[in-house]
Design a protein around this ligand. Structure first.
Ligand code: HEC
Ligand code: HEC
Length: 251
């Protein structure tokens, strides 16, 4: 009996054969309210809806790969995005975060005019497609050469990070899948900078209100320094791809 339990635990640790109960809807501060740049209020995490349904479905990776073809045009076949930050890296991101962001974009809670028409149910399908494509993306190895900041004052960036970000994004930027806190390690600096500013200004309507409060007094220099530091945080080796890796699924 004990042996079976150990075998099951190690399978789960590898992310193989883990029951999808493991992805059961995380309980993340539902009901918190975000105030946008126009003073309008938005619920950070609506209960019910596509996000919760997608999390409960068992993903089909083969179908996820088919859906990913449309995404690969911008996020690249590897999911590595672009170093200039126009397209974020999405490879290796927590599945809960991918699902929240994708469904927020589909539902109009986060503006993304470039991607919006390609992400709609009429283009890629409903909750099952969301479940499938996000499972596929999460398993892609991450970019070993993400874009980094100017390196002007990393010591200051580190201090700011430790004092203001670790409690949610973790010591190495690994985030927290259960709370929908994104992995920010390995992300392109220019993308980090743009999103952070939009969160601070209330332009990204789905932003976490506690993060907005935490960073409201940051100067422009603070912002650059902390994200410069973040852009140099390394994901765990087992999540990172080899330099020059090409996704064989799209060759
Ligand atoms: C036409 C280009 C384009 C296509 C196609 C596209 N995206 Fe995107 N995507 C973007 C851009 C640009 C952003 C960043 C937007 C911003 O800066 O706010 C983005 C952001 C995202 C994010 C949020 C990342 C984060 O870190 O918060 C996710 C998740 C995502 N895309 C998933 C997908 C999936 C899944 C598909 C395919 C169904 C897809 N995208 C197709 C351009 C695209
Ligand atoms: C209270 C928890 C919390 C704190 C503190 C916090 N964040 Fe966040 N952060 C979040 C959440 C949650 C999101 C995703 C928001 C959403 O749901 O759209 C996020 C999103 C981000 C993003 C956008 C990521 C992406 O892929 O689009 C960046 C960049 C970021 N945070 C950086 C920081 C930095 C740097 C600090 C410290 C100065 C910080 N955050 C402090 C919770 C937090």
């Amino acid at each position: 009996m004990k042996k079976i339990a150990i075998a099951l635990t190690s399978l789960a640790a590898l992310g193989l054969g883990a029951a999808w109960a493991g992805d059961a809807v995380p309980k993340a501060d539902a009901g918190k309210v975000t105030v946008d740049s126009e003073g309008k209020t938005h619920q950070w995490m609506k209960t019910g809806g596509e996000r919760e349904k997608a999390l409960e479905l068992k993903p089909d990776l083969a179908h996820g790969k088919d859906v990913y073809e449309v995404c690969s045009a911008c996020h690249m076949p590897e999911g590595w995005g672009r170093v200039d930050g126009t397209f974020p890296e999405i490879a290796g991101q927590h599945r809960s975060v991918l699902i929240k962001q994708l469904t927020d974009i589909r539902e109009g809670n986060r503006d993304n005019p470039t991607m919006y028409p390609f992400a709609l149910p009429s283009e890629i399908g409903g909750e099952q497609s969301v479940a499938d494509v996000t499972a596929y993306i999460q398993k892609l190895p991450m970019n070993p050469e993400n874009g980094v900041g100017p390196g002007t004052d990393l010591a200051h960036g580190e201090k700011l990070y430790k004092d203001n970000c670790v409690r949610c994004h973790g010591a190495t930027g690994e985030g927290d899948a259960d709370k929908y806190y994104p992995r920010i390690q390995g992300q392109h600096y220019e993308y980090l900078l743009r999103q952070y500013k939009w969160i601070k200004e209330g332009k990204r309507r789905n932003a976490n209100p506690d993060m907005m409060a935490q960073i409201k007094d940051f100067s422009d220099k603070d912002t650059i320094d902390v994200l410069d530091y973040v852009s140099r945080l390394k994901p765990p080796k087992e999540l990172v791809g080899a330099k020059g890796w090409h996704n064989p699924d799209f060759e």
